[in-house]
Write a protein of this length. Structure first.
Length: 225
């Protein structure tokens, strides 16, 4: 459920990279989660895909390698084997960590598994999200209590955050359910969860967060932030 008007969206170039298949897996999942929640961005993505189809129609035909089909089928088989728990059938994806009433597990993450909620500080928990066939993707859930906050930090890379539940303010703007945020090395902020409700976000990081304090850096290294 997204009870407020979504104000913060991925930039058009990010949506174009999504449609073109150029986003790293972790970032792609966060953008797809936003598109799932946002009708305006779904319309943009549909338009970009339609334009892409027209462009492809005007491109010269390219010959496929003779073994292209065999390679595609072999990759499908490898994925099926990787997801098969004991080799007797499809693996069951572990249930995601429980969410409060009104928050739902994004369909974009349906094939992913996630750990139980783990303590990282008073009123703060996190869950590691594992992406099938992409163990290098740094994706996680954050669950922060009302009035709590993450330490001040900047970024050595790109961080995408999608709000699933609750609200936070980071000194730049207020982010609520359905809102999307991109932060990089030019952003130095401290997300503070607003009173009245905890906040749950899904995030993906390319690189690392650069926390100001030594203790925060140590905790960040433990959870891969």
């Amino acid at each position: 459920m997204v009870p407020h008007s979504i104000r913060h969206h991925p930039a058009d170039d990010l949506l174009l990279s999504l449609v073109a298949g150029k986003l790293p897996v972790g970032l792609r999942l966060v953008v797809e989660t936003h598109v799932e929640l946002c009708s305006a961005c779904r319309e943009k993505v549909a338009m970009l895909r339609a334009v892409g189809g027209v462009v492809l129609e005007d491109e010269p035909v390219a010959a496929l390698r003779e073994d292209a089909l065999a390679q595609a089928l072999a990759r499908i088989d490898r994925l099926a084997e990787a997801r098969a728990g004991d080799g007797t059938g499809p693996a069951k994806v572990p249930a995601p960590p429980p969410l409060p009433a009104g928050a739902t597990w994004p369909r974009a993450l349906a094939d992913c598994s996630a750990t139980r909620w783990r303590w990282i500080g008073p009123g703060m928990r996190w869950s590691r999200v594992t992406v099938p066939d992409a163990p290098e993707a740094n994706v996680f859930l954050l669950r922060i209590g009302a009035g709590k906050y993450l330490p001040q930090h900047t970024h050595r890379g790109t961080e995408l955050t999608q709000v699933l539940y609750g609200r936070f303010h980071d000194g730049r703007a207020l982010f609520g359910p359905g809102d999307f945020d991109l932060a990089d090395g030019e952003v130095h902020h401290q997300p503070v969860v607003q009173d009245g409700s905890e906040c749950i976000c899904v995030a993906a990081v390319e690189g690392r967060l650069n926390f100001d304090g030594l203790i925060a850096r140590w905790f960040g290294s433990l959870v891969g932030m």
